[in-house]
Design a protein around this ligand. Structure first.
Ligand code: C2E
Ligand code: CA
Ligand code: CA
Ligand code: CA
Length: 279
């Protein structure tokens, strides 16, 4: 029953604590979207082992909740998806990341690419291509410096519309990466129809790559597949030198993970990391 405005009261004792918490969090999320500085982006460097240079970074959203502190994206992104708030939130992320990347571009970091995660709902919104175009215009960022990370599961459904959207995005000049590659339910057939640039090997395969033969084999296969399709391949969640050695030995030179750096606020990324790993 609605009481007033957006306050609700629950009568049923069936509603467990978790769902009350969830509903409260949804409400807070809605409020946070209308406030400034509730959200911020941290950036995790992507490294090229061959040159020992940074090639760019992934933008990862953080929510600074007034009572709860930092709420992890795994908690609130699904909520934002369910409630449809993801389109507004996603657009904020895109714009903030492009604005930041353009500042770095102006400072001379012209070869970097900023990667932005797109959620399925955001990808499937009808005006996505226009939104991306507008954001690039408003932030003055060259399209070549933006990459969108899409997940496989988003790609399997409605392949026709998806192909059209990806082609339009590519025509703008931006790059497309398939995130969490290997964890989805899709067949590989789509890879020949979609003009994607990069496969990103999921952390779950990388974790025990040196001890688990199956995961080592899957990783190997993804690297080979990427090479034969002339796609870039990057490994995420890389934490140890052993993992680096394995990946390098198999021909995967692009690396993202705590081994190099955790996701950092923009200032820290430059001061503590980029200055040591750029031309
Ligand atoms: P993802 O896209 O797979 O992002 C990689 C996640 O792995 C990040 O977690 C990152 O901090 C973490 N990570 C990177 N390297 C390592 C490592 O070496 N070890 C470990 N243990 N973890 C590592 P984060 O930032 O908590 O994000 C989690 C997920 O939330 C992301 O997974 C992505 O699916 C989603 N997400 C984050 N930001 C956004 C956003 O702006 N939009 C959307 N739609 N989703 C986002
Ligand atoms: Ca990602
Ligand atoms: Ca990922
Ligand atoms: Ca992942």
């Amino acid at each position: 029953k609605e009481l007033s405005g957006n306050q609700f009261q629950f009568y049923s004792s069936d509603i467990d604590n978790r769902s009350i918490e969830t509903i409260k969090l949804e409400n807070d999320l809605y409020k946070a979207l209308n406030e400034e500085n509730s959200f911020m982006l941290h950036y995790q460097p992507k490294m090229n082992l061959e040159t020992n240079e940074m090639i760019g970074m992934e933008a990862l959203i953080r929510w600074d909740h007034p009572d709860l502190g930092l709420v992890p994206p795994q908690t609130f992104i699904p909520l934002a998806e369910e409630t449809g708030l993801i389109t507004r939130l996603g657009e904020w992320v895109l714009k903030e990341a492009c604005k930041q990347m353009n500042q770095w571009y102006m400072k001379g970091y012209k070869d970097w690419t900023v990667s932005v995660n797109l959620s399925p709902q955001q990808f499937n919104q009808n005006n996505l291509v226009n939104v991306v175009m507008r954001v690039l215009n408003e932030t003055h960022l060259p399209a070549e410096n933006l990459e969108l990370e899409l997940t496989e599961n988003l790609i399997i459904h409605n392949t026709c519309k998806t192909t059209t959207t990806i082609k339009k995005l590519k025509n703008l000049g931006i790059k497309i990466s398939i995130d969490d590659f290997g964890t989805g339910y899709s067949s590989l057939g789509y890879l020949k129809n979609f003009p994607v640039d990069t496969l990103k090997i999921d952390k779950s395969f990388i974790d025990d790559i040196t001890t688990n033969k199956n995961n080592a084999a899957i990783t190997d296969t993804i690297i080979t597949l990427a090479n034969s399709l002339k796609l870039d391949v990057i490994a995420e969640g890389v934490e140890t030198q052993d993992q680096i050695d394995f990946l390098q030995g198999r021909g995967c030179y692009l690396i993202q993970g705590f081994f190099f750096s955790r996701p950092l606020p923009p200032g820290q990324l430059i001061e503590e990391f980029a200055k040591k790993h750029s031309k």
